[in-house]
Design a protein around this ligand. Structure first.
Ligand code: 13P
Ligand code: SF4
Length: 345
């Protein structure tokens, strides 16, 4: 293997000319008993190719029950870590090891440890968007699909630390009446949405429903018709009688929304610093999609067909979690899966 690829953290050999990449990836996955999991924020071509597409909770649930020998995680690093923690005997591959997450990075394990130790009478709830080492300091993990229900499963007077997303934490506080102590972290993609541009789009499309992910700032959530995880927003959009939707989350989700509801119109709400004329990877991909200046996660967009192909050929880069971290981090993840199963989530 070329060492420069290793330095870059991913395998990116030149692809043999004329190779049908998608067919070859599917053939390799079959031959190696690999399952390809993809998050809704990845490129549409990867979502179409994957065995399973889902939100953070669904991906963890799928990993926990797969019989495959290899898991290819088309998502960011913490999602691969979750798979490895749940399936330590399987090979877990992340096609680009540099696909990190600003939210997970905003909560380094050593600082979180100090915060937890400074509040010994608090239970610790962590969003799944954390590193394995941060999860090791956690009592129970949540995703945006189950955060409200899991917080409510604690007694009303329980003192709780919630990390690392201050927006999700504040939103859950507001709908449950809790006063959880919040870690001051955020996602650079969801924090960038422009309230001004959202209000202008709302004025232009008065019948449109506003779909907001809870990682967005409170002022954005206040004008939402629905606040929820990517899976919840998708479900709402497909079931709703409305025809037009303003989508305030990473724009990769529009691919599945448009696939499941081809007759509806999904408009991605732009970030603060976008240009009206800016093109994006979704433009022209769907007839009903009015797309420009999307808000994309640069980490999710590191994943490409070429990298998925190369990672399957070389079974690399793998995600590995040290045993002493894994032994502690698996407990709060399992607690989340158990509570979710009990609640039918
Ligand atoms: P969900 O998959 O829970 O909707 O979270 C979105 C996200 O930010 C993943 O990185
Ligand atoms: Fe992390 Fe935000 Fe990207 Fe999700 S969208 S992976 S929270 S940086």
């Amino acid at each position: 293997m070329n060492p420069s690829w290793i330095e870059k953290g991913y395998v990116c050999e030149p692809i043999p000319e004329g190779l049908d990449l998608k067919a070859e990836i599917r053939r390799l996955a079959e031959e190696k008993n690999a399952v390809i999991l993809a998050h809704y924020y990845t490129e549409g071509v990867l979502q179409d190719l994957a065995d399973f597409v889902g939100d953070s909770l669904a991906l963890a649930q799928k990993a926990a029950t797969t019989t495959a020998d290899i898991i290819v995680m088309c998502g960011v690093h913490f999602m691969g870590e979750t798979c490895k923690i749940l399936c330590p005997d399987k090979t877990v591959i992340c096609p680009d090891i540099n696909a990190t997450c600003s939210l997970a990075e905003s909560c380094p394990a050593d600082r979180f440890e100090a915060f937890v130790k400074a509040h010994p009478d608090h239970k610790v709830i962590s969003y799944v968007n954390t590193t394995a080492a941060t999860k090791a300091w956690t009592d129970v993990v949540v995703t945006s699909s189950n955060a409200k229900q899991i917080v409510e499963s604690f007694p009303k007077d329980e003192k709780i630390i919630f990390g690392p997303d201050r927006n999700l934490g504040a939103y859950i506080n507001s709908i449950t009446g809790r006063e959880m102590l919040l870690w001051d972290g955020a996602c650079h993609v969801h924090e960038r949405f422009s309230l001004e541009k959202l209000l202008a789009l709302k004025a232009e499309h008065p019948d449109a429903k506003v779909l907001v992910h809870p990682e967005c700032k409170g002022a954005i959530a206040k004008v939402a018709d629905v606040v929820g995880s990517t899976a919840a927003l998708l479900k709402y959009a497909v079931k709703s009688d409305a025809q037009t939707f303003l989508v305030v989350t990473e724009s990769g989700i529009l691919h599945e929304m448009q696939r499941q509801a081809p007759e509806k119109t999904f408009i991605p709400v732009p970030p603060e610093d976008s240009l009206e004329s800016e093109a994006c990877s979704l433009e022209g991909a769907h007839t009903q999609m009015k797309c420009c200046a999307c808000n994309e996660c640069n980490y999710m967009r590191l994943l490409t067909l070429e990298k998925v192909y190369n990672s399957l050929v070389h079974e690399w880069p793998t995600i590995d979690v040290p045993a002493e971290i894994r032994e502690r981090a698996v407990l709060p993840i399992q607690r989340m899966l158990e509570i979710s199963a009990k609640l039918g989530l």
